[in-house]
Ligand binder design. Structure first.
Ligand SMILES: Cc1cc2nc3c(=O)[nH]c(=O)nc-3n(C[C@H](O)[C@H](O)[C@H](O)COP(=O)(O)O)c2cc1C
Length: 297
């Protein structure tokens, strides 16, 4: 997820959840505009590969030539799979006719995937869609277009663009997508607890499940492990340390990242239901020290 799941966070998720529970992760989307992204930028998105589990590189764009060349370079720098984002509702994506802007035109979605897939020699191509723009009337057509375009797996975020990130979700849309294609479908949208992972598979027939926001509240959602406040604080202090080492991040930036997580954090009841006491901490050093003290307990 953009602005959150960079390499430090992803690595910690992979470390804390065994492969049988968390098979892999994706990068935040890498936006491709007029020119292909450089290998340096792509390496930065992928991060050092510290686990054997795949970190799929996600691209978003509308320029076929630039996307294709970026995909070729992504494979060259070791991306184990390349995903194309057709779900992003951000204005920037829409202005560039990328992300969810493509959902109104299944034929264009197919062309984009063909262009990206044509540039890949080994890495599988995958795609991520929303259920549609304003409604889900094109969902099955979009799923088939992804398959025809060469996607080896399709992630379906079951909300439409209009629905944004609203809490109510309709998983029957995932089931419809599953019924429309032969490739594996990864269901996404509205998973809140560990038990939902199995429930989504049972109710929709999807082969895989992707968790978004709930993983920020509880990084152990994949394994279902119940952690205490000490363990939860250890995750956050390890995250802080990793940001410091990898990006030479200053305390103020680290505290900003921590607060982003603490705003929705649930694991270990670390905030005791009172996130305000943490979010109101103005001194970054004090915020970090409070977490370290908890982590030492
Ligand atoms: C802050 C934020 C950033 C996101 N960035 C991305 C992204 O870069 N690529 C992507 O495919 N989805 C992105 N998403 C969407 C999530 O991956 C996911 O599809 C969506 O949140 C629905 O799943 P959930 O209900 O489990 O959160 C983002 C969502 C949020 C809230």
């Amino acid at each position: 997820m953009e602005g959150v799941t960079e390499a430090c966070f992803r690595d910690l998720l992979l470390e804390r959840n065994a492969a049988e529970h968390l098979g892999g992760t994706f990068t935040e989307f890498a936006r491709v505009v007029e020119i292909p992204l450089s290998r340096r930028v792509l390496r930065a998105h992928l991060g050092p590969s510290s686990t054997a589990r795949p970190v799929g590189l996600q691209l978003m764009g509308a320029n076929l030539a630039a996307l294709a060349e970026t995909a070729r370079r992504a494979e060259e720098v070791g991306a184990p799979l390349v995903d194309v984002n057709f779900g992003c509702p951000a204005k920037g994506a829409l202005r560039g006719s990328a992300g969810s802007a493509v959902l109104s035109d299944p034929a264009r979605l197919e062309r984009i995937l063909r262009a990206v897939g044509g540039a890949l020699e080994r890495a599988p191509l995958t795609a991520k869609i929303r259920a549609g723009v304003d409604d889900d009337s094109l969902l099955c057509e979009l799923a088939r277009a992804a398959q025809e375009g060469g996607a080896a797996m399709l992630t379906v975020h079951c909300r439409t663009r209009r629905e944004g990130y609203r809490p109510e979700v309709d998983w029957s849309r995932i089931a419809r997508a599953v019924g429309s294609v032969d490739i594996p479908v990864c269901g996404n949208g509205g998973v809140r607890a560990h038990a939902d992972l199995r429930r989504m598979r049972e109710e929709t027939g999807c082969a895989l499940v992707m968790v978004g926001q709930a993983a920020l509240a509880n990084p152990w959602i994949f394994s279902g492990a119940r952690v205490d406040a000490t363990e939860a604080a250890r995750f956050l202090t390890a995250y802080a340390e990793s940001l410091r080492v990898r990006y030479a991040a200053r305390e103020s930036r680290i505290a900003g990242r921590l607060k982003q997580l603490l705003r929705c954090w649930e694991a270990g009841d670390l905030t005791g239901g009172e996130p305000a006491s943490w979010l109101g901490e103005r001194d970054p050093a004090r915020l970090l020290e409070r977490l370290r003290a908890l982590a030492r307990e």
